[in-house]
Structure formats: C-alpha cells, structure tokens
Design a protein around this ligand. Structure first.
Ligand SMILES: Cc1cc2nc3c(=O)[nH]c(=O)nc-3n(C[C@H](O)[C@H](O)[C@H](O)COP(=O)(O)O)c2cc1C
Length: 209
C-alpha cells in the first residue's frame, strides 16, 4: 500500500454499516490527532467522542439529518478554543518547561510572542485560528484512517451553535468547528462507494513560477 492508493481508496462516506471499530483503532486515530502540528504548539482544540445514542440522534438533527451521525461507529467533534488567556498560555509554558526540563524563565521570549500574536485577537479570530489547527489534525486523521482501511467523513454541514448547545461547549469556552465520523462503508446503500473520484488534473492546480 502507498499513500496515493490510500487516498484514492478513501471517500467521504455517506452510509455506514453497524460494524464497530476497536478501541485500538480509535486510539490510533486519536494519536494522529494528538501528534498533529499546531500553531505555537498550543493544540487549541478538544475532541469530543460522542458515544451517547441520544446525543448522536440530536447531532444528526443538527446536521441536516445526515445519516453518518447515527450509523458510523464513532463520531468525533473537534471543539476549538474561543479564547486564549494568559493563564492558558502560562499553563502551556509550564508544560513545555517540565517536559523539556527547562527553567520557565527561559521561555519568557516565547511567552511574549504568543501573547502578542494571540492576546488581542477577537473571539472570531481565535476561533478561526484554532479551527485552522483542528483542520490540519482532521486531515491527518483522515489519511491515517485510509491507511488503516477505516472509512471516514469530514463534516462541517451542521449548525455549529446547536451543536455547541447540545455539548455544552460555550460554557467551556469551546466551539464545534468540524466533525469526523469513522467506521465502515455500507457499499449496498452508499452509491458514492463506487463513484469515480472527481478531481481536477494537477496542471490546473499546480503553478511553477
Ligand atoms: C471540511 C469538509 C467538510 C465536509 N462536510 C461534509 C458534510 O457535512 N457531509 C458530507 O457528507 N461530506 C462532507 N464533506 C465531504 C466532501 O463533500 C468531499 O470530501 C468532497 O466532495 C470530495 O469527495 P471525496 O472526499 O469523497 O473524494 C466535507 C469535506 C470537507 C473537507
């Protein structure tokens, strides 16, 4: 298997069978998310792994009745930070210092640059910045899933505010940015399982200057 075969194999799955993934498979995918690069290393998101059937049904309603939310083995919601406070930056710097065995004072310059970059941003801009990081991790998870022959669907077709309310995210200073469903394709009921991939030829998107 190589990466191009993997990426040709995957598609945004619309219908899933009820075959569950193992905890080990899910943990591997979560680990690719954890290892993803993020701006300043801040990892400004949390992953909500929705196991409650009732919540899944409510999420489906909030996602224009898309069946993946109730059919897939797993539903992961990327909940991104809506603010970056000095306390959050300090907690991160403590973590960096203890992990790398360094004095906190050595990270003073880093602290200043984080705060000057993020300290004055409006909520909307923090959400945008944090979402960018979440989407990079989402892409990693999708590629890893394909490599493991696990089907997935990236999903932003949902009402973000409703999902925030359902998961109680606002009071945690989080916001639902995007979701990822995981499981196994239902080839009998998903016409897209056999549909040809639609992609522009490379010459239309690659410019050498
Ligand atoms: C950020 C993002 C959000 C998406 N949201 C949805 C969604 O809500 N529902 C869905 O069925 N597909 C969703 N898709 C899947 C795209 O429609 C799909 O990736 C695209 O048509 C290309 O097809 P392929 O991924 O099957 O090759 C989303 C894709 C991305 C990257």
């Amino acid at each position: 298997m190589n990466i191009i075969e993997d990426l040709n194999w995957r598609y945004a799955t619309k219908r899933y069978t009820n075959k569950p993934l193992s905890e080990e498979q899910v943990n591997t995918i979560l680990e690719t998310i954890r290892l993803s690069a993020t701006s300043l290393g801040l990892q400004p998101f949390e992953i909500y792994d929705i196991r409650s059937t009732e919540l899944r049904t409510q999420l489906r309603e909030a996602a224009y009745n898309q069946p993946q939310l109730t059919e897939a083995s797993h539903v992961l919601v990327f909940a991104v930070w809506t603010e970056v406070t000095e306390a959050m930056v300090d907690e991160y710097l403590q973590f960096v210092a203890s992990t790398r065995n360094r004095e906190l004072a050595q990270l003073d310059g880093f602290r200043k640059s984080i705060l000057s970059y993020l300290g004055n941003k409006e909520t909307e801009d923090i959400i945008k910045w944090a979402s960018n990081q979440a989407y990079i991790a989402l892409g990693k998870a999708m590629a890893a899933a394909a490599q493991l022959r696990i089907d997935s669907t990236p999903m932003e077709g949902f009402n973000n505010q409703t999902v925030d309310e359902l998961l109680g995210l606002k009071e945690k200073n989080l916001h639902a940015a995007v979701m990822l469903t995981l499981g196994y394709r239902d080839t009998e009921n998903d016409p897209l399982a056999v549909a040809k991939k639609v992609r522009k030829p490379i010459h239309q998107i690659h410019r050498i200057i």
